[in-house]
Design a binder for this molecule. Structure first.
Ligand SMILES: Nc1nc2c(ncn2[C@@H]2O[C@H](COP(=O)(O)OP(=O)(O)OP(=O)(O)O)[C@@H](O)[C@H]2O)c(=O)[nH]1
Ligand SMILES: [Mg+2]
Length: 287
């Protein structure tokens, strides 16, 4: 379905429901692992998480770090550490070597809460952890990596929601095997567009052509990024028309003899190439 409006559409009812579901999961755990998309270190984070978590500890994972420039990423890790006060790790699930590091941090973060339980005279128990994040940031991939070495299903816990399934990933950590999905806010169209670029918004909510055009606009504002796009598509100026012509993506329009750039098809390819990391490495937020 083609939409001619720039606006990305949201469904408030879904958001309220998603927020409730997320809150339920957060209430069950000692530590939260929030997964961000490294290409959007700010836009893929959840503004309200502090409000929902209170002083519950959080580990930030900048996932898909294979799709961004290493030096830029290092700066972002530092920035996020300072701004959130949380530990931050850059990861990618294609070559996931940081399971031990994640387990170590989670255990450290959970320890005060476990100690508080023991201070009440209760026995030590494993820390409870949930992975949360926006759609498509890599939550399931990360859960798979963390649970790979251990398939011990712990089952429903007394006193907590029955349907939740826990996996003991080591003797000290139980992980909820389904992630918490962070709902998207409706009020920030720029953020919504950026999330559409990285496929965190359903394509039903926007026009692919308009979003691809927006991506080209944002890329054009950065000389280095713009150069990568121009080289990849062999064009001097970034526009859907130019790229369509350069790639020979043309369509018949009107009479048989009229050929014009197939900008719709071009838009789909540009978004795909960008998402797959074919054009280069990009971070689309700025401090
Ligand atoms: N390049 C790259 N792609 C990744 C990485 N991690 C996950 N992906 C890809 O991103 C897509 C989404 O990954 P999932 O693990 O399904 O993400 P999710 O957050 O569970 O997504 P939803 O369940 O839709 O909310 C998949 O196509 C993965 O292959 C990564 O580190 N690098
Ligand atoms: Mg998933």
């Amino acid at each position: 379905m083609k939409k001619d409006k720039l606006h990305i559409h949201w469904y408030p009812g879904h958001i309220a429901k998603a927020e409730r579901a997320l809150k339920e999961k957060l209430n069950l755990v000692d530590v939260v692992i929030e997964v961000l998309d490294a290409r959007l270190p700010i836009s893929s984070s959840y503004d309200d998480i502090k409000k929902l978590l209170g002083d519950k500890p959080r580990l930030l994972l900048l996932n898909k770090s294979d799709l961004v420039n290493r030096d830029e990423l290092t700066d972002w890790v530092e920035y996020l550490k300072q701004n959130t006060g949380c530990p931050v790790l850059a990861v990618d699930t294609k070559s996931f070597k940081c399971v031990p590091q994640i387990e170590k941090i989670v255990q450290k973060l959970s320890e005060p809460r476990i100690q508080a339980i023991m201070a009440k005279g209760l026995l030590r128990r494993p820390a409870r952890v949930v992975v949360v994040g926006l759609p498509n940031v890599g939550k399931s991939s990360i859960i798979n990596k963390l649970t790979k070495s251990s398939k011990t299903k712990v089952g429903a816990k007394a006193g907590v929601t029955r349907q939740q399934q826990w996996v003991r990933i080591n003797p000290n950590i139980d992980l909820l095997d389904t992630p918490g999905i962070i709902p998207m806010k409706q009020d920030d169209q720029m953020r919504a567009k950026k999330l559409a670029f990285v496929n965190s918004v359903s394509e039903n909510a926007y026009s692919v052509e308009i979003v691809a055009k927006e991506l080209l606009d944002i890329i054009s504002q950065n000389d280095n990024y713009s150069k990568l796009f121009k080289e990849y598509y062999k064009v001097d100026d970034l526009s859907l028309e130019n790229i369509s012509i350069s790639r020979n993506w043309l369509r018949k329009s009107g009479g048989d003899s009229n050929i014009s750039p197939d900008t719709e098809r071009c838009a789909g390819y540009i978004l795909k190439d960008f998402r797959d990391g074919k054009i280069g490495k990009f971070i689309l937020d700025s401090v």
